[in-house]
Design a protein. Structure first.
Length: 178
C-alpha cells in the first residue's frame, strides 16, 4: 500500500452537519465505553472487552492512536456541529485478514436513521481515496445487519464474497469499491 501523502495525524474534518476528529483517550473514554457496550454494537460489531472507562482509554491508546500515527488516518469521533454532541465513530482500519483497508462506523441508536452514518462514511471514503491515494476500500458487515449493507452499497461498495476474520467464527459479508 502506498499513500499519496501523510497529512498531520491531528487532522479534523467537517461535513455539512458533523465534525470528525481523532479520538482522545481522556476526553472520549466515557463515550467509547458507552458506545462499545450498546446492544447493537455488540451484536453487529462484537464485544471488544471494553468493560470500563479505563478499558476504553486503553483501547483508544493501543488500537486507534497507533494507526493514526503510522498512517495518518484511522478512527474518528463524530460530533454534531449543532449541539456539539458525540454521536458515533467512523474510520478506515487496517485489519488482520483483510488485504484492503476497511471502512467502519457505529452510531448511538438515538442518532440512527438521520443520515449521519452515510454523511460521515462518505467523507472518510473521500479522505482515503482522494487525500491518501488509496485505490480501493473494503467493508465487512454482519449478514443480518441489513441497514449497514444498504449504506455500504449506497456508498458505492459492492458485495464480493463471505469472509471469516482470523480468530473469529462469524462469516461476514465482504464488500469492495469497484
Amino acid at each position: 500500500m502506498s499513500l499519496k501523502k501523510h497529512p498531520s495525524a491531528d487532522n479534523t474534518y467537517e461535513t455539512e452537519r458533523l465534525i470528525l476528529r481523532p479520538m482522545s483517550p481522556l476526553e472520549d473514554r466515557d463515550f467509547v465505553f458507552d458506545l462499545y457496550n450498546r446492544p447493537k454494537f455488540v451484536q453487529y460489531i462484537g464485544n471488544r472487552n471494553v468493560n470500563s472507562a479505563e478499558d476504553a482509554e486503553n483501547y483508544i491508546l493501543n488500537r486507534f492512536a497507533p494507526q493514526i500515527e503510522k498512517l495518518g488516518f484511522g478512527n474518528y469521533l463524530l460530533v454534531t456541529k449543532e449541539g456539539n454532541e458525540k454521536i458515533g465513530a467512523v474510520g478506515i482500519f487496517q485489519r488482520e485478514g483483510l488485504e484492503i483497508l476497511d471502512i467502519g462506523y457505529s452510531l448511538l441508536e438515538e442518532f440512527e436513521g438521520k443520515g449521519y452514518a452515510f454523511e460521515a462514511a462518505q467523507k472518510v471514503k473521500s479522505i482515503a481515496l482522494d487525500d491518501f491515494g488509496l485505490s480501493k476500500i473494503s467493508a465487512i458487515i454482519s449478514k443480518d445487519n441489513i441497514s449497514s449493507q444498504k449504506l455500504i452499497e449506497k456508498l458505492g461498495l459492492r458485495f464480493k464474497k463471505h469472509v471469516i476474520l482470523p480468530g473469529e467464527t462469524e462469516e461476514l459479508n465482504y464488500y469492495e469499491t469497484e
